[in-house]
Design a protein around this ligand. Structure first.
Ligand code: UDP
Length: 323
């Protein structure tokens, strides 16, 4: 089996590549490394079954790496953290539009199965809770998050047209907040921020009053869900939420990280970003029914593994203060 993973040097993409290689796939990664990181694939540098193409998915796919034929095309190419897509807003629009088009065309050329990574952000600041796949969302179409939200909504729409117009066997995963080892400590997301701050005994920055909720899924569970969505037969055109429905406030998250890290960090409040969703929790009944999938890693277990990872990989700026 030959798989193309667009965005394979990202946090989720690199874990997916690991699983595909473990299942015996030959894997081609396409990544332009604007938010993807070489370090995420460093452990695979001698792997003969992996080819990494430094490729912007909006540019012509002329390299040998794209000769295929591919059996599976996973399209995860896009900045995905709020800091990442605010830093690269036009790139985010374009990769979700032109990049998705090119990934879809490759899948169509090879009659490959296709998986589009979408996001809970297509629900915006949701008025329906928990979010089911048939909810159309409450998205600000031109606010600071719209490059990502509308980019992913366009990618979903285009993918579904390839199913309707060409009979492509494509599926869409709406991915909710995911965390774990290899998440980028610089990308501003709440779990890496809190873990790094706690490990350094620096102030934990809660944006707003911390009453907003998220539902955090451990990366291994999420990747297992992506593979189940790709490998289950008969799902062309299906849109499926993937995430952990265990909802918690950002304040609760801060308290748990501080406790698990044994940290003496104080909690401080900072400004809430514009259009920050108030509540978010996936309804995963559809994933359970179609994929027989549900998350198994609880938040404390997953956070402990993530804190341990950052503890091993982060240079401490204040080594003398750690005991
Ligand atoms: N957040 C926070 N402190 C941080 C980073 C994020 O309070 O240092 C909040 C953010 O305002 C949001 C939630 O945590 O309400 C999740 O933010 P993240 O950027 O991880 O992902 P989002 O779900 O917003 O895409």
């Amino acid at each position: 089996m030959k798989s193309l993973v667009c965005g394979g040097a990202g946090f989720l993409g690199s874990h997916l590549v690991d699983r595909l290689l473990a299942h015996g796939h030959t894997v081609v990664v396409a990544d332009n490394f604007i938010t993807g990181r070489y370090v995420n694939l460093a452990h695979l540098k001698d792997c003969a079954s992996l080819q990494v193409a430094h490729q912007d998915m909006t540019r012509p796919l002329t390299g040998d790496a794209f000769a295929g034929p591919f059996d599976r095309v996973f399209n995860l190419a896009s900045p995905a953290s709020p800091r990442g897509y605010r830093r690269f807003p036009i790139e985010t629009h374009l990769v979700n539009a032109l990049g998705t088009l090119q990934a879809l065309e490759l899948a169509r050329r090879d009659d490959a199965r296709f998986l589009q990574a979408s996001t809970s952000e297509v629900y915006g600041d949701p008025l329906v809770h928990p979010q089911t796949e048939d909810y159309w969302g409450n998205v600000n179409p031109n606010g600071p998050r719209s490059c990502y939200d509308e980019g992913k909504r366009f990618a979903e729409s285009l993918t579904l047209e390839f199913v309707r117009q060409y009979g492509l066997d494509a599926r869409i995963a709406r991915i909710f907040n995911t965390y774990g080892p290899r998440s980028n400590p610089e990308d501003g997301r709440v779990v890496p921020n809190f873990c790094v701050q706690a490990l350094r005994d620096e102030p934990i920055t809660i944006y707003g009053n911390g009453d907003q909720t998220r539902s955090f899924c451990y990366v291994d569970d999420l990747v297992r869900g992506l593979l189940a969505l790709m490998e289950t037969d008969g799902l062309a055109g299906e849109v499926v939420n993937l995430g952990n429905p265990d909802e918690c406030t950002v304040r609760e998250l801060a308290d748990r990280v501080v406790a698990l890290a044994g940290s003496s960090s104080p909690i401080v409040n900072a400004a809430l970003p514009v259009d920050d969703p108030t509540r978010r929790r996936p309804d995963i009944a559809k994933a359970k029914r179609l994929l027989t999938w549900e998350p198994t890693v609880g938040l404390d277990e997953g956070l402990a593994a993530t804190i341990a990872y950052f503890g091993q990989t982060l240079p401490s700026p204040h080594p003398a203060t750690r005991h």
